[in-house]
Design a protein around this ligand. Structure first.
Ligand code: AKG
Ligand code: FE2
Length: 256
């Protein structure tokens, strides 16, 4: 147990680099019942230095690799290559489903997309009615491709009546969520989905999210194809300016 704590300490997020292990994530100022490990997808990973809209500065972050798990890096790199390919494919299909050319949206992900992988571990919780694994939120980027084990706990909010609907785990299947950036591009034709994670008292749960984010220099605004006199632009702004939480790297609250 002590050795495990020491190993986690070696790969812990710090003030200079928000990637790595973290166990004090907050959603809407409430602490989540989970531990996480964040990794960048591109190398180097380039992000805005802050979420101030006028700040043009960028920063590069490096991944942390656990010393005692040499096979982790190789497995990660293989996973990333494949999930990235799937991400580009899905965004092409989303473009086509909107009546746009196949590459209309993927062009925003070229030249260093700011994508992240987050590995979530939700330990069993003695009071599952009092806390959430992750509080309600929307993902900020383009799309999220989520792998989960067979325990369950993810819930999405149904837009028609606000009810929380459990997403039943399906073996070997991914869950794909639309994020805020997709909602802005499509001028709200496609909307990001609110979701949360509930925990339980007897089983731990694992999930891995791939957050497919456009490149840091992309100005996220409604595409002209979705603007006309009946549909004025609903949200304008920069990716950095969006009211994001949870995954935007510049938005992380650092504990030290
Ligand atoms: O663990 C899950 O199923 C979802 C986690 C999540 O929503 C997130 O990390 O943004
Ligand atoms: Fe999420």
């Amino acid at each position: 147990m002590a050795a495990e704590k020491e190993e986690k300490g070696k790969v812990k997020r710090d003030i200079n680099n928000p990637l790595g292990y973290y166990d004090a994530e907050h959603t809407k100022n409430v602490r989540d019942w989970k531990q996480l490990f964040d990794l960048a997808v591109e190398n180097p990973a380039v992000f805005p230095a802050s979420h101030e809209p006028d700040d043009q500065e960028i920063v590069e972050y490096f991944n942390r690799w656990p010393e005692n798990l040499p096979e982790f890096r190789e497995a990660y790199e293989r996973y990333v290559e494949n999930v990235k390919t799937l991400g580009f494919k899905l965004v092409e299909l989303i473009s086509l489903s909107l009546g746009l050319p196949e590459s209309r949206l993927t062009e925003f992900f070229k030249e260093g997309h700011a994508s992240l992988i987050r590995i979530n571990h939700y330990p069993p919780c003695p009071s599952p009615d009092l806390v959430l694994g992750v509080g309600r939120h929307k993902d900020s980027g383009g799309i999220t491709i989520l792998a989960q084990d067979d325990v369950g706990g993810l819930e999405v909010k149904r837009k028609t009546d606000g009810a929380w609907i459990r997403v039943q785990p399906i073996p070997d299947a991914f869950i794909v969520n639309l994020g805020d950036v997709m909602e802005v591009w499509t001028n709200e034709k496609y909307q990001s989905v609110e979701h949360r994670v509930v925990v339980n008292s007897d089983k731990e749960r694992l999930s891995i999210g791939f957050f497919f984010n456009p490149a840091h220099h992309v100005n996220v605004e409604p595409l002209y194809e979705f603007i006309d006199h009946l549909n004025p632009p609903k949200k304008v702004g920069n990716f950095k300016k969006l009211d994001v939480e949870n995954i935007q790297v510049t938005h992380f609250k650092l504990s030290q």
